[in-house]
Design a protein around this ligand. Structure first.
Ligand SMILES: *Cc1c(COP(=O)(O)O)cnc(C)c1O
Length: 490
């Protein structure tokens, strides 16, 4: 059994925690993000014989790959059962199928991460997270009230992950009449007494401000045991590490790795698998970097839309903020990606003071620059391109004409970056983060075809919706939550 792993904060002031505590803490008390004290080695995970690894199902492999991160806080058999249960909600026998994009000889692949209950990749982490929270709370006889704001995807994924559990109620705020119909229905048609959807007469920012204010009310927070399932939670990163390794093991099995270094031998600049990742909050692609930290020979192509602070950071070493513009890939409309702090921490050689200063400067001045010596080797691992809306539509159209595949606008941003930045024949995996039917308007505009919802969701437009419409007013929302949360009713 591996020895228990501890997690440290990027800001260096919070105490190190084990997995169970890091799960419930989310953000560190010093405002930093938790990262593992050191990366477990892939050699502990991938069995000596890769063929044995390939013979595992995805859930069985995931249980092995994540075990070093949780060891010491869970029973292995309980943990494995929980993962199997989480991925039984997926609508594809392979869970995360890897399909060739066009001719397999081109060596460019789509990894479809969208077969979960809400048709976007966030289900992979959140289906697990809901069950992990539930397990920890049962153990401590705890109960929580989850409150969050959504502009679309995260809300439904969190609701599906937390519904129908004795240990938690969930309240999700969305801006009234400002989310797509599919997105709204995915949240509001969930038939569970513990799920509460609130449409706020205001913007997404108004929703976020209300959630922040609810958390700032210490008495309320304490009374209702308010909790967030936010994108910086370590367990979300952990769950996402798995499919990077899985994809590489599959390619190896197909003889597609060519000159790539073996698992466990991280390549310096050449001999990597290139992962192209449509990126918003930097959570998904940071997980790939975690897999690299464990020994995966991987490099990363970061796709951004018009909100291109990452593309500029990876070419200039300067992180700068700005106004967020709405695009066809709304889940990536982010200027300051919160998980980037985890990478910055490593680029500073894990100097928490330098990291805290850098983040502070970004907040104060709207920009900060990494010292040149810290940026030297970044290009070996990280490249990035921005793709605007017209080019996104072109890529969706061209992909359909060339391969017969429909891709969603987020995936298209990743693919566009891959097409520009991969070298010919380089094994390349583009992460497909949403099902095309989740963004039917853009897909129809680009191809003339309206993608069908999967069978499990075919009647989404006939299901009964349930939600409250409330004014953009803190007291009103606070009263509503208090009246409907089970904890306060006890
Ligand atoms: C959340 C999301 C992204 C961005 O992922 P990050 O982890 O925030 O970088 C990309 N595509 C889709 C469809 C998403 O829902």
């Amino acid at each position: 059994m591996p020895s228990p792993l501890y997690y440290i904060s990027t800001r260096g002031e919070a105490s190190a925690l084990n997995f169970a505590d890091v799960l419930l803490a989310g953000l560190a008390s010093d405002g930093g993000l938790y990262v593992p004290e050191s990366w477990p080695s892939l050699s502990e995970v991938a069995s000596a014989n890769p063929a044995d690894t390939r013979a595992l199902s995805y859930p069985a492999f995931a249980a092995e790959a994540m075990w070093p991160f949780v060891a010491g806080t869970w029973q292995q058999s309980d943990f494995t059962a929980l993962i199997t249960d989480a991925y039984s909600t997926f609508n594809h026998p392979d869970v995360v199928p890897l399909v060739p994009l066009g001719d397999p000889a081109d060596n460019i692949w789509l990894m479809e991460l969208f077969w979960g209950p809400t048709l976007a990749f966030k289900d992979i982490a959140l289906q697990l997270l809901g069950r992990l929270f539930d397990g920890e709370l049962k153990r401590s006889s705890g109960q929580i009230t989850i409150v969050g704001a959504t502009s679309g995807d995260t809300g439904s994924a969190a609701i599906e992950a937390c519904r129908d559990r004795d240990t938690m109620d969930i309240f999700i705020l969305h801006p009234y009449e400002r989310v797509s119909e599919v997105q709204r229905r995915q949240m509001t048609t969930v038939d569970s007494p513990t799920v509460h959807n609130i449409a706020i007469r205001g913007s997404f920012d108004d929703c976020q401000d209300i959630v922040k204010a609810l958390f700032a009310d210490e008495a309320l927070k304490d009374r209702l045991q308010l909790s967030a399932i936010n994108s910086i939670n370590w367990a979300r990163v952990m769950a996402q590490i798995v499919y990077y390794i899985w994809a590489t093991v599959q390619l190896e099995g197909m003889g597609k790795l060519g000159e790539v270094a073996k698992l466990g031998e991280v390549a310096q600049s050449e001999g990597n698998v290139a992962f192209a990742v449509p990126t918003g909050n930097f959570g998904n692609v940071y997980a790939g970097y975690g897999a690299r930290g464990m020994g995966l020979p991987a490099r990363f192509i970061v796709g951004t839309n018009r909100n291109d602070s990452l593309a500029r950071f990876f070419s200039t070493a300067t992180l700068s903020t700005g106004e967020v513009s709405p695009t066809l890939s709304p889940s990536m409309d982010i200027m300051i990606p919160s998980n980037l702090e985890r990478l910055i921490f490593d680029l500073f050689g894990r100097d928490s003071t330098a990291t805290a200063d850098f983040m502070q400067q970004v907040r104060q001045d709207g920009r900060a620059t990494l010292p040149a010596e810290r940026f030297d080797e970044v290009g070996d691992v990280w490249t990035s391109r921005r793709t605007d809306d017209p080019a996104t539509l072109e890529v969706i159209g061209k992909t359909y004409r060339d391969t017969g595949r429909l891709i969603d606008p987020h995936t298209a941003v990743g693919l566009a970056a891959a097409q520009e930045l991969r070298t010919e024949g380089e094994p390349t995996v583009v992460l497909a983060t949403a099902h095309p039917a989740k963004f039917p308007d853009a897909v129809k505009q680009a191809t003339g075809i309206s993608p069908d919802l999967p069978d499990s969701m075919a009647d989404l437009h006939e299901r009964t919706e349930r939600y409250a419409v409330l004014d953009n007013d803190l007291a009103t929302v606070s009263r509503y939550v208090e009246e409907h949360a089970r904890i306060s009713a006890d």
